[in-house]
Structures are given as C-alpha cells and as structure tokens.
Design a protein around this ligand. Sequence first.
Ligand SMILES: *Cc1c(COP(=O)(O)O)cnc(C)c1O
Length: 469
Amino acid sequence: MTHMHVAGSIHADATSPAPVWLTRPDDVNALTPKLWSSGVARDEDGVLSVAGMKVTELADQVGTPAYIMDERDFRQRARAWRDAFAGWTVYYAGKSFLCTTIARWIADEGLSLDVCSLGELTVALRAGVPPEQIGMHGNNKSEAELRLGLESGVGRIIVDSADEISRLERLCAELDTTAQVMIRVTTGVEAHTHEYIATAHEDQKFGFSITGGQALVALVRCFHSPRLNLLGIHSHIGSQIFDTNGFEVAARRTLKLVSQFKEATGVALAELDLGGGFGIAYTKEDDPASPQDLAAGLREIIAHELRGFGLESPAISIEPGRAIVGPAALALYRVGTVKVVEVGGGMSRRYVSVDGGMSDNIRPALYAAEYSAALASRASDAEPVVSRVVGLHCEGGDILVRDEFLPADVRAGDLLAVPASGAYSRSMASNYNHTPRPPVVSVKDGLITTLVRRETLDDLLALDAGVTD
Ligand SMILES: *Cc1c(COP(=O)(O)O)cnc(C)c1O
C-alpha cells in the first residue's frame, strides 16, 4: 500500500495541476541523493552515469527500456542491513526482485533468502543458495513446492493455514522427514506509508489470527505434531513503513502469544520473525530511516516487550526486500512523444510518453505509487515544467510517474531515468500488449553484466500454439 496524494491540490503559481508536495526544483538537473543508487552521478557533460558507465552508452548496448542495477550499491545495502542487525538474521525478500545472480550476491553478503513460490524456490536452489538459509512463504503453497522445499532441506517453512499443516504432515510422512516450521500470525496491525492502523484489521488472506485464537491453536498443533519441528512465530505488518510504531504493537501482541504458548506447553519458542516492509524514498517527500536507526528502535522495542512478559530472547529475524534492491536500480526509458493537453481552468498537462509502461512497472497503476524521474541523456537549461510520464500501453491508467518537474525541452529521443525502480517492478512485469519484458543489467566499475536478458517477440510467439510459420 502507498499513500495517495490529494487530487486537485495545486500550486498557486502553477499552470499545470500538481500535488502540493511537489516543489519546483531550483536546479532541474540536480539529483536528490536519497532517490538514487550511490553510483549514480551527472557527469560534466550532463549525462547520467551508473557506476562509471553513461546511460547513453548503456542504452546503446542494451537498448531501452532497461533496468540498471548498481552492484556495489546493492551489496552495500545488503551489508548495511546485515551489520545493523548483527546478531539477528536478515532474510532478503526475493519477491521484490530475484534472479540467480541476485541470490548469489545475497548469499555472498551473508544474508538469508525468502522465497514465496515454486519459481522463486527453484531460482534460489539453482543459484546454489544453501537450503538451510532459505525461508518459504506463501498462503497457498503447492504440493510440488512443499515437496521441493522438504527434499532440499530448506531452513524454514512459514505455515499459513490449517490445510498447509495437514499437507505438510502428509508429505513429511511420505518422505520420512521433518519440516522446520514457523506460524505466520496476523497481529491486527497494518502499516502504511506514513501511518499504521492497529485495530482489528484482520480481513486479509495471510496467516492465523492472534485475537481470533487460531494462532495459538495452530502453534499447539504444530508443537504436538511428530513430523513438524516448530521454530516460532512470524509476523509481517505491511510495506513502505517509515517508523517503528507498527512494529511496537505487533511485537507486543506477538510476544504475548509467545508467553501464552509457554503457559500452555511449558516451552519457550526459539524464533521470532518481524517481517519486512521497510520504506524507501520514491520521491523527495519520503524520508526513510537508516537500517542503523531502525535496528536500534527495534532492538529497544523487543527488549522492552521481552522484559514485560518475562521472556528470554528468541532468535530474531527480519525480511527486508525493497529496502535492499529498490534504490539499487533505475529504470531507463527513451522518450517517444511529448504532448501538451488542456485540462481546463487555463491549465495544461504535459504528457511524456516512453517506451515502457505498466507492463514493466505496474505499481503506479496498481496502487497509485509515486515515482520521480530525471532527464538522463543530457542536462538542460530549460524551465522545469510539471510533467506526467506515461507508457505505451492502451490504458489511460498507464502512468509511470504521475507528477514530476522535467525540463521544458524534453523531446523525443531523450533518455529518462526513474530511480528507486529495483523492487516490485521488473519482478511484477507482464506481457500486456505483447510487450517483451525489459532486461536487468548490473554495472560495476564501468562494466555491464546481464542479470536477466531482454525478452524477445520470438520468446512470446514461442508460447503461441497457433503460430504456423
Ligand atoms: C513482501 C514481504 C516482505 C518484504 O517486503 P518489503 O516491503 O519488500 O521489505 C517480507 N516478508 C513478507 C512475509 C512479505 O510478504
């Protein structure tokens, strides 16, 4: 979930409708560091570069649209989370973006890896990630998925339903093995970007309810099951979270459950997972906390709640995805058309169409996510003008960047870069309008490595059983 800005609130001086938070930049060529990976710079000739390679050259070599990953930045972020949370285990949430290279970087940097489908599990195993460092999520894991997890010996399966417990018991008996399980609980806390709701918000598909009592029942059932080794409890409260308030309430409710379980069984649970959802900056508005500050806050919350319940500390883990991969990549597009549209009230809006769109980044269309953009292939002396960056798809909602100041002279042929595009964009990409999905390449010391190649029309036609020539 993300915040939505109030439609129609505009600048008093504007000739284009724009949200009030979007302030006119003093220098439209300047880059706001928190939005970009650490290897991004605007070179003296005005061209953006990533880790020593100009985007103009990147576009020549790999084409557009393309997702450009800054390897050093990705690794630095992974390490920053690992180090800030030393003593806890950090699982990278693979659903944010996963391929074998990324899985190897994660393992190299000493992090563990969460997967939530048969496909993601297969990628992790093919990458050679040690199975004991893999956690399996999902509210409807298939039998094939559970079987592969059990046969390969994954470190933990986060169980989401009573059906899954039965399925696991049956598969474990068949394979003569034991499953390492955690119980996914819903704490009634739902975090949003700048707020969280700590009511009885449990009307969603994930996990077992604490307040409804199903969580304790599931814990006790797994505890008594000879085929299951109950590790502990898992709670994930949302995404794009900027502070620790939501975690405080969730930790209290979760540790209360740990203490109820102890009363019921005499046993203290060994593990607790607090989930992911740590926010990043998509626009200048967003102010995410550093991993260090979050770690300090979360450690204090946990210590306080443990004291309150008189519990020993379990082994704790977290699952950041977006916060590691999001800022590490930008999306590179080429402008195809620029159009100024009268929108009434003497105002107009400038539509800048690029060669990608909702097929490679569905987030703005799916939940009104905000992004930023910059002219990447040159600097400009032109006035900043509020613009809307849209894609090539046959949908009015095919918006990539709802509102951004871009130079007034942006024109066909220019390259645009959208920062903070590493998470939930390429990983959620579709082939809408038979659009081949863009590649993901990484850059390090001026060298390109392909992580995922560009899809081709032949790839798409290969699925079409009616093709005859
Ligand atoms: C999506 C998800 C995450 C990662 O969320 P981010 O916002 O990418 O940090 C972690 N854990 C679970 C269970 C999730 O569903």
